[in-house]
Write a new protein. Structure first.
Length: 318
């Protein structure tokens, strides 16, 4: 009988030495010592490598149809996510995802929207694929919404393949105007509202300066990713502090017009419109969430105005 590289004589002690090494050391040391030899390190290393090297596992087989359906599902949720991030209403998001999936060969597409995520399921034959994406709000930008709609329309007309749709969706970027041009136009629009409300040229000029300063502060805070409620409150405070000087010192014929018109840039028009549209079209959870966000932003604006007028010691509008 073999033990290590030596042979043991037949007998009970030899069997115990092979199968019960600890017992052999205690009961028959006279047989253990002459016949035991420690294996060499090279032999032990080779045996260890042979025992522990895993057998390569081939990746699971994925059919071409399944891989294509995966890609189409990703395209559908990519398009829907772009719309949700940049301020589209929920019905449009649902329709765009469904139309894109069907244009690319899916039998059906189901879309579930929440304020913080999108879940999409595509079906082709008996095969379904579901995917989800988390949503991060990126502000209102209609150029992105328009670009996504054009891509879907072209896909429905058969102008784009799956790969071409992927390339065009990846190329969609928000178009932004020069920040100083935006500041000027916002100031001009608020001054125009002041003029329509009966303000004289001095009130219109004060409104222009106040709203332009507020918009500059809003851009600076938004670029640093502050909470939107904080951005709206600080912007309203700055605009009200500038326009409130006319109310405090009695400049112009109707100084209260400057205070009211200078904060019109903070009206959350798109969230309010989208919230009403969502609730009327059956997306109640999305409508309620957007209404809550718009209410919070309005409340933050009120806080900024009240704080500014309190510091100016303006208790009421005469």
């Amino acid at each position: 009988m073999a033990f290590g590289d030596q042979w043991l004589p037949n007998g009970a002690c030899g069997i115990i030495c092979i199968h019960h090494q600890s017992k052999q050391m205690a009961c028959c040391p006279q047989h253990f010592q002459p016949f035991f030899r420690k294996p060499s390190p090279s032999v032990f290393a080779n045996r260890f490598i042979q025992m522990t090297t895993p057998t390569p596992i081939s990746p699971p087989f994925v059919s071409d149809d399944y891989a294509q359906q995966q890609e189409i599902t990703r395209l559908c949720i990519h398009a829907a996510l772009l719309l949700l991030q940049y301020g589209a209403e929920s019905t449009l998001i649902d329709q765009i995802a469904v139309r894109l999936g069907r244009a690319l060969g899916m039998d059906s597409v189901e879309c579930a929207l929440t304020p913080n995520a999108i879940v999409i399921t595509t079906r082709r034959g008996n095969q379904c694929i579901t995917t989800t994406r988390k949503n991060f709000d990126k502000g209102i930008n209609m150029s992105v919404i328009t670009a996504v709609q054009h891509i879907v329309l072209d896909a429905e007309d058969g102008l784009y393949s799956v790969q071409e749709v992927r390339e065009r969706l990846d190329a969609v970027k928000p178009e932004k105007y020069n920040r100083y041009f935006v500041v000027f136009m916002v100031g001009l629009s608020c001054a125009s509202f002041a003029h329509l409300s009966g303000g004289d040229p001095l009130i219109c000029f004060i409104t222009f300066i106040a709203s332009a300063c507020g918009m500059w502060v809003r851009q600076a805070l938004s670029a640093r990713h502050y909470n939107p409620a904080v951005v709206f409150a600080v912007t309203a405070f700055v605009a009200s502090m500038v326009s409130g000087t006319a109310l405090k010192f009695g400049w112009g014929a109707h100084p209260e017009i400057a205070t009211a018109a200078s904060v019109l840039l903070l009206v959350p028009g798109v969230p309010l419109i989208n919230s009403l549209a969502d609730m009327l079209k059956g997306h109640v959870n999305m409508g309620m969430s957007r209404w809550a966000v718009a209410t919070l932003l309005t409340f933050s604006t009120c806080l900024g105005i009240v704080l500014a007028l309190s510091l100016l010691n303006v208790s009421a509008w005469d």
